[in-house]
Design a protein around this ligand. Structure first.
Ligand code: MG
Length: 378
């Protein structure tokens, strides 16, 4: 039951390099174009590396915390559920969700900020643009082309934000930023699913790591009101169960609000095609009330978790590792593996940024040790 304004694989704008459809069974391709996109992402090298990349906590700090991989899976799960409710294309939504963080550096935002600072004079570094670069160029798995040759719709969905300056260099997927248009509803849904996923799982990880406390969270309406509901229903509930019972209600509340508000917006505009969606402002949205609650939670996490002194210490180390790796590879290109030396012949700084951005947390730490610790040889 695909809505008329949903993305449709049969009407896709297509791939850069033309490909035959998959074999037909009863006249229908075994996999539609968006399924193939999703499958290619799961089989990519960058996707496997997400397992060892930081979301907030460095991968080796504990086995219980989210990584970029588990984060991406949670986003995919939420996004698919919302897409199904709105009769949007689930495969496309899932593909965008699984690909949305492929371009992240090691060490989360600290790593991205450090690499961006290193690249200041060379066009900068932005993880969202890098995700597109991974699927368009950096994955090398096909005989006939670089990248994964994904559909326009998937690529459009990956590119969440983009400056006009960068958009001008991106061709087809950059156009909407210049023309001030919106992406597909599948892409819009994934943006919100990303936000719902990380705000809520960071509360969970933050509490488990004891960097934030339940007492502090009483000032946050979204948390406090849902915790009160749980406690009324289960007065003797143990802490271990109280937290997930609260968080799943927070997620539910946001997802329900998002679906209701978005369906209202869609009904009001009454789009007849994906083109109508692209010409309209964002139709996927929270109500004003949910926006406020969500914002309050975000601000709380920024102040109390992302800038907790223990997280700051990790960020400072990450910045030092990234900056020193960048400086070493810029100073002497021959310190990089052959493949990256080759790329450096075309664009040295970009090749260094690509190499560093592709590293997992632990690989970056090891590479730093191999370069700077005199007792390490290989
Ligand atoms: Mg994300």
């Amino acid at each position: 039951m695909l809505a008329i304004y949903a993305a449709n694989p049969d009407l896709s704008i297509g791939r850069k390099f033309e490909e035959q459809s998959t074999p037909l069974v009863n006249g229908v391709p075994v996999r539609n174009a968006f399924q193939r996109d999703r499958d290619r992402i799961i089989h990519s090298t960058a996707f496997r590396r997400l397992e060892y990349k930081t979301q907030v906590f460095v991968n080796h700090e504990g086995d219980l915390f989210r990584t970029r991989l588990t984060h991406s899976l949670e986003v995919a799960q939420l996004a698919r559920g919302i897409a199904r409710n709105l009769n949007l294309h689930e495969d496309l939504t899932e593909g965008i969700a699984l690909a949305h963080d492929l371009g992240h550096t090691p060490f989360g935002h600290a790593g991205q900020d450090a690499l961006n600072a290193c690249m200041r004079d060379f066009g900068g570094f932005e993880h969202n643009l890098q995700s597109l670069r991974v699927v368009d160029q950096l994955e090398k798995r096909y005989a006939e082309f670089d990248g994964l040759n994904l559909t326009f719709e998937l690529r459009e969905g990956i590119l969440k934000h983009c400056s006009i300056k960068n958009a001008q260099q991106l061709g087809d997927v950059g156009k909407r930023f210049i023309n001030k248009q919106s992406p597909s509803l599948e892409a819009q849904v994934t943006n919100f699913a990303d936000e719902i996923a990380y705000n809520n799982h960071d509360v969970d990880d933050g509490l488990r790591s004891q960097l934030i406390t339940i007492d502090q969270l009483q000032d946050i309406e979204l948390f406090a009101e849902n915790m009160a509901i749980v406690k009324t229903r289960y007065p003797n509930i143990e802490l271990k169960r109280l937290i997930p019972e609260t968080i799943r209600r927070m997620i539910n509340q946001l997802v329900l609000d998002l679906c209701e508000t978005s369906l209202n917006n869609i009904a009001q505009l009454n789009p007849k095609s994906i083109q109508d969606v692209r010409n309209a402002p964002y139709l996927i949205a929270f109500s004003d009330q949910a926006t406020k609650k969500n914002q309050a939670l975000k601000q709380f996490l920024r102040k109390n978790l992302y800038h907790h002194y223990k997280v700051n210490r990790m960020s400072a180390k990450a910045e030092r590792i990234i900056t020193e790796l960048f400086t070493a590879f810029m100073h002497n290109v021959e310190l990089m593996p052959d493949e990256h030396q080759m790329a450096a012949k075309i664009d040295h700084p970009r090749a260094v940024a690509d190499y560093i951005a592709g590293m997992t947390d632990r690989f970056a730490i090891r590479e730093h040790r191999r370069l700077f610790a005199v007792e390490e040889y290989l």
